[in-house]
Design a protein around this ligand. Structure first.
Ligand SMILES: C[S@@+](CC[C@H](N)C(=O)[O-])C[C@H]1O[C@@H](n2cnc3c(N)ncnc32)[C@H](O)[C@@H]1O
Length: 249
């Protein structure tokens, strides 16, 4: 396991209880919704038909998406680095009597055979916290031909406008766009983001073709527990992106 994976696991084990008590409650209220502003899937319509499909959630956290997917007819595996996050997912799945396979592991080295899944999903999960040079080849490997990867992540613009002073996105570009890759999150923890062209180059390299790039825009007055002061910013510029790509047959 690499250094950032160890630090990220430590970070999530340490913060899991408070994260679930604060953000988790809001996520559970509408589990089939994307990103920091929880825009419903019924509005964005990025998921394929999930009935009877084998689905992997990468960085499932408290398992809210995984549980919803299982309740709606998918066979679901939730993978996460953090034992504490998985224990929240385990209790929530048990509380509603839903069967979800929960696995501790890293998206950078997936413990699954080639061609196991029809859909891989991540909502600010391991596609954001893992290095795309390691996660993307792994996702391409475990997807069946024609299988789909859908992931929601911070937009590159959001990252380059991040202003430490206001602890949120500002109206000035504060870091370089070119070369964007590892983003320090403090105490050795890291997230990852790439310029658009770099995502596209890597998708093609791993046999993934693009179905859609969605830039979700929160409604006027929408509230985010993650970025309560940034709704106006996110209405002017894309704070998040959702990529939908497909493994070529
Ligand atoms: C922001 S949470 C996402 C979960 C859920 N969608 C949510 O919004 O709460 C990020 C999750 O990714 C997990 N994670 C980080 N790096 C990972 C990796 N390399 N492999 C699997 N999971 C990872 C963390 O442990 C954490 O539970």
């Amino acid at each position: 396991m690499g250094e950032h994976e160890r630090y990220n696991r430590e970070r999530w084990d340490k913060t899991s209880d408070s994260y679930q008590a604060y953000h988790g409650v809001e996520i559970s209220r509408v589990p089939d919704a994307w990103g920091a502003w929880r825009i419903p899937e019924s509005e964005l319509r990025v998921l394929p038909d999930i009935t009877g499909k084998d689905v992997l959630e990468l960085g499932c956290g408290g398992g809210q998406w995984s549980i919803w997917l299982a309740q709606n007819g998918a066979r679901v595996t939730g993978l996460d680095l953090s034992e504490r996050q998985l224990s929240h997912a385990r209790s929530s799945a048990a509380a509603v009597g839903v069967g979800v396979v929960l696995v501790q592991g890293s998206a950078e080295s997936l413990p699954f055979r080639d061609g196991t899944f029809d859909l891989v999903l991540s909502d600010h999960g391991a596609m954001s916290w893992g290095d795309p040079d390691r996660t993307l080849p792994e996702v391409a490997r475990v997807l069946r031909p024609g299988g789909i990867l859908v992931f929601c992540a911070a937009s590159p613009l959001f990252i380059i406008c991040w202003d430490e002073q206001i602890d949120g996105p500002g109206e000035r570009l504060r870091r370089d766009y070119f070369g964007l890759h590892r983003v320090e999150e403090g105490d050795g923890a890291a997230t990852f983001n790439l310029p658009y062209g770099e995502w596209v180059r890597r998708f093609r390299m791993h046999g993934l073709s693009i179905d859609a790039l969605v830039e979700p825009r929160p409604a006027e007055g929408a509230v985010s527990t993650f970025y309560p002061e940034a709704t106006e910013w996110a209405r002017r510029w894309p704070a998040e992106v959702i990529w939908k790509v497909r493994r070529e047959p």
